[in-house]
Design a protein around this ligand. Structure first.
Ligand code: SAM
Ligand code: SF4
Ligand code: F3S
Length: 462
């Protein structure tokens, strides 16, 4: 059943098209790929209602910000943009302003927006996607501040996404998180873990492959705990094998994996399924057992290294990426040295680094912190400098080899293209833009800290 029913369209369209033939909507998603994926479903609903999408604020009849709350900077950015769009509302009082996503899922934020940004018309949380058309109707019927920060979206399956990328697609497999890492707001804004029905997931992937999509990204806050809440439990590894068995040339990626749930069954599945690259994004957060304990991550550095060693024993070139937080409350210099040691031992292909940001309502927000901001910045710079050295050395392992690359687009350097191999290695080479969206073989000739460079290998004609 679709989320935008005929009855809803019938009720809304007289309001939308009372004095015009075209109504335009601008949708901007911030934050992680799950949020971007929600944004695609919101666009899908707007299109079904009759909206045309626009990139500009000027000609929009509806502007929607799908927000992120993971760090303070993400929230500040949204407040700054809201201040800016106020002028469009002044110029066009019929403009509808909508705030949704993770920030909007916190009741105190919804209340703050109502009182400080009274020109915002509609607010809804991450569990209320399918109720958006209903809120729009309430707005047109005269409700001043239509708000829904409710708990569970029973109608999610009925929402048809309007995808932004022509050959890469994200498929959420589960929502929410049960882990309550002490620094993290996500469990508060996305609720408890809920797995999607495997048949729905597999049908979505089959359709995407039939439509020509070449990269399928399975998404969840902790995909490794997929399926535990299903009536007929299925492990994430079992789901991966089913996705891998779908015919066609495409790559399967997934994120994020929690190290505490990285079972040998999952690691073997990654190693054995040809459509899954030899890559794992395994967020470690810190290389200090004491910090990991205070973060409530529920693994030690030793346990983490067992997974790394398991993978690297089977494939010494196995690619690993991670997330790291610098400056968790009272992180000592010794703790930070533990993180530097860890990245030296693992030899990551890429790291995503964040300075700790205090989130209201989380346990870490109550912890004392004596480390100065200057010290945290300095640690971040040292971490990045070390990773730059590691990556340029580590990338040399590909020189002389041929990688099969899905061509993503044009590089910043003229005449050059960029793409990724199945293990997420960034590859740059000279080629014609008509190759974008195809798989190509590239022989690697040079290594840099951000990518490897190479030359196209002409495919032999059959
Ligand atoms: N569920 C994923 C996991 O456990 O790895 C991560 C999801 S979170 C949206 C992405 C990353 O943001 C985290 O891995 C962490 O490094 C970072 N992060 C989360 N909360 C943060 C905070 N309060 N301050 C700084 N970084 C944070
Ligand atoms: Fe946040 Fe931890 Fe859940 Fe990841 S696993 S979303 S870091 S609480
Ligand atoms: Fe941000 Fe929400 Fe994702 S807080 S990182 S958009 S789950």
């Amino acid at each position: 059943m679709t989320a935008v029913t005929e009855a809803m369209r019938h009720q809304l369209q007289p309001y939308l098209f009372q004095d015009r033939d075209v109504v335009r909507a601008h949708v901007h998603s911030f934050g992680c790929q799950l949020n971007v994926s929600d944004g695609e479903r919101i666009r899908g609903m707007l299109i079904e209602l009759g909206y045309t999408m626009t990139d500009s604020y000027e000609d929009a009849d509806l502007i929607l910000f799908n927000t992120c709350a993971v760090r303070e900077s993400a929230e500040d950015r949204v407040y700054g943009i809201l201040g800016n769009v106020k002028k469009y509302k002044k110029a066009n009082p019929n403009l509808i302003l909508v705030l949704c996503g993770c920030m909007a899922s916190e009741e105190h934020t919804a209340e703050f927006v109502r009182t400080h940004y009274p020109f915002v018309d509609i607010v809804f949380g991450t569990a209320s996607l399918s109720r958006f058309p209903q809120l729009l109707l309430e707005h047109f019927q005269g409700k001043k501040f239509a708000c829904d920060t409710g708990e569970y979206d029973a109608m999610y399956e009925g929402i048809v996404p309007s995808r932004e990328h022509p050959f890469k697609a994200s498929v959420p497999i589960m929502f929410g998180c049960n882990n309550f890492c002490t620094y993290c707001i996500v469990p508060y804004v996305r609720g408890r873990e809920r797995s999607r029905d495997p048949e729905q997931i597999l049908n979505e992937v089959k359709q995407l492959v039939a439509d020509g999509y070449k990269e399928i990204m399975l998404l969840g806050q902790n995909v490794n705990s997929y399926g535990k809440d299903l009536e007929q439990p299925l492990t994430f590894a079992q789901l991966l094998r089913k996705v891998n068995a779908i015919p066609g040339e495409f790559v399967v990626r997934f994120m994020s994996s929690h190290p505490k749930d990285a079972t040998p069954e999952l690691l073997d599945t990654i190693l054995e399924c040809p459509k899954i690259g030899h890559h794992l994004h395994l967020p470690v957060q810190s290389g200090s057992d004491d910090v990991l304990r205070r973060m409530n991550r529920r693994y030690t550095v030793e346990k983490y290294m067992e997974s790394v060693n398991y993978l690297r024993q089977r494939d010494p070139d196995f690619s690993l990426t991670t997330d790291l937080i610098v400056g968790f409350p009272d992180e000592s210099e010794a703790d930070f040295q533990g993180t530097l040691d860890l990245i030296r031992s693992v030899q990551y292909d890429n790291i995503y680094t964040f300075i700790y940001s205090k989130r209201r309502g989380t346990k870490a927000a109550e912890m004392e912190d004596h480390t100065t901001d200057a010290e945290k910045k300095n640690r971040m710079e040292r971490l990045l400098a070390l990773q730059r050295d590691i990556a340029s050395e580590h990338n040399k392992r590909f020189i002389g080899r041929t990688l099969r690359v899905l061509v993503d687009g044009e590089s910043k350097r003229k005449g050059r293209l960029v793409g990724k191999d199945s293990a997420f290695i960034i590859v740059e080479f000279s080629g014609d833009p008509s190759l974008i969206g195809t798989f190509q073989n590239v022989r690697i000739t040079e290594a840099r800290n951000w990518a490897v460079l190479g030359e196209l290998v002409e495919e032999e004609q059959a």
